[in-house]
Design a binder for this molecule. Structure first.
Ligand SMILES: *[C@@H]1O[C@H](CO)[C@@H](O)[C@H](O)[C@H]1NC(C)=O
Ligand SMILES: *[C@@H]1O[C@H](CO)[C@@H](O)[C@H](O)[C@H]1NC(C)=O
Ligand SMILES: *[C@@H]1O[C@H](CO)[C@@H](O)[C@H](O)[C@H]1NC(C)=O
Length: 401
């Protein structure tokens, strides 16, 4: 009807189109597009400057529940009886009051079509990958477990042909158990054997996937501790197949391994691969270490002014190692093409969000103490996912030019 009543519209349309075409023909060539604003969450500084706020309503529906098949039982706090965490979102200062949006799983998979995303490191990388797998599955029912090429845990998303997987390599470098023979003198000090760490050789779990992934996210740090490697079963560092002399302590060993792995990654992983190195996840043991009744049964977030007291090594607190390890990480990757994904600060606030006593196994707390290190899922790693996804999307869009 419109066409009959207003023939003028028909007349004007071609004129308007011509004007528009002329306009675009005279605009700058496509090789110099106006820079797009970086979406909230996609700037590296978005993780390191901001605060937690109640999730603005209407809160988006949860992307996954306790029944996600990629879940790991020990982190499934809802199933293990912990009341739901408060709904909080991370508001980077740069975003002027907006919060990092929840990952758009369908949009993310579509943008990542045919791509592969790999995480390599310790259980804090696994904590992150579980959150990512469960989020992505919300938009692809056909998702199935994928454990090829040495992956410890992973998923394949057939609709867009996307792989997301985690390779367990707690020290990143290769390490192997060397029992001490009965006659050897080492045994006199109660040494049962040692772990040989080849500082220049990546662990078998990821040595052959450096060219397989389009995005690689590394971490190590939470195992570099005399709890994991006491003096009866210490780490002994090797380079070029020979023991390093004089022997390195665990902290010196961490430094050389970080440096050597960072340069290996820079050398062996193609330049076009997005390389991220995530920082330490802070622990929140209160009142003692994990084996001294340290606790995190709390629903209170830390205040900004409390953070230094909890985490600055200067105060020698129980949870100081995250920031100490972080400064080694930063130094090791300086000058490489690996980007620092600094998730520590935002996580330091979240004393409320660990599995604590809700571990899903009857004697777990008695045997291992509370878990004030990993995170409940759903929980804080979902925000890590949102930031990571924003950064990966931004990278993919830039790459497509
Ligand atoms: C991570 O971000 C926090 C907060 O901005 C900062 O204090 C810390 O130095 C950063 N860590 C590293 C290793 O850059
Ligand atoms: C990695 O690949 C090389 C070359 O194909 C092979 O010799 C080696 O056994 C592989 N290592 C592992 C741990 O799969
Ligand atoms: C932990 O608490 C229990 C019960 O209060 C106590 O018996 C035990 O000695 C404590 N353990 C440590 C290592 O402090």
């Amino acid at each position: 009807m419109l066409r009959l009543r207003h023939p003028l519209v028909l007349l004007l349309l071609p004129i308007t189109l011509t004007i528009l075409l002329l306009h675009f023909a005279s605009s700058p060539p496509p090789s110099s597009p106006t820079p797009q604003p970086v979406p909230c969450g996609a700037a590296l500084s978005d993780a390191t400057d901001g605060r937690w706020v109640p999730t603005p309503s209407p809160a988006p529906p949860p992307l996954y529940s306790a029944s996600c098949p990629f879940h790991r039982n020990a982190w499934n706090c809802l199933r293990n009886g912990r009341p739901q965490l408060a709904a909080l979102s991370w508001a980077p200062t740069r975003c002027g009051g907006a919060v990092v949006p929840r990952i758009d799983a369908a949009g993310f998979l579509a943008a990542a079509r045919g791509r592969r995303i790999g995480l390599v490191g310790d259980s804090l990388s696994e904590n992150l990958v579980v959150a990512l797998l469960c989020a992505l599955r919300s938009s692809d029912d056909g998702a199935r477990k994928w454990k090829r090429r040495g992956a410890w845990r992973g998923g394949y998303f057939p609709r867009e042909d996307v792989v997301v997987a985690y390779h367990r390599a707690v020290l990143l470098a290769k390490y192997t158990w060397q029992p001490v023979e009965k006659s050897k003198e080492l045994q006199k000090d109660g040494v049962k054997g040692y772990y040989r760490v080849d500082i220049d050789i990546p662990a078998d779990d990821w040595v052959n996937v450096t060219k397989f992934y389009d995005v690689l996210i590394f971490n190590t740090g939470h195992w570099w501790d005399t709890y994991k490697f006491p003096k009866e079963t210490p780490l002994v560092f090797y380079k070029g197949g020979k023991p390093i002399e004089p022997p390195l302590g665990i902290h010196e060993g961490l430094k050389v391994v970080l440096k050597s792995m960072a340069s290996y990654i820079e050398r062996e992983v193609p330049r076009k691969t997005l390389k991220l190195w995530r920082t330490q996840s802070p622990r929140h043991f209160y009142g003692g270490e994990w084996d001294h009744n340290g606790s995190c049964v709390s629903d209170r977030l830390l205040e900004e002014h409390e953070l230094n007291h909890w985490f600055d090594p200067m105060f020698g607190g129980v949870n100081k190692e995250a920031r100490m390890v972080n400064s080694e990480i930063k130094e090791a990757i300086a000058g490489t093409d690996i980007q620092l994904l600094n998730l520590t600060y935002m996580s330091e606030f979240r004393a409320d969000a660990h599995p604590a006593i809700w571990l899903g196994k009857k004697d777990a707390v008695a045997v291992y103490g509370q878990d004030c290190m990993h995170w409940c899922l759903p929980g804080v790693p979902d925000t890590w996912v949102d930031i990571l996804a924003a950064q990966i999307l931004h990278y993919l869009k830039k790459g497509k030019g």
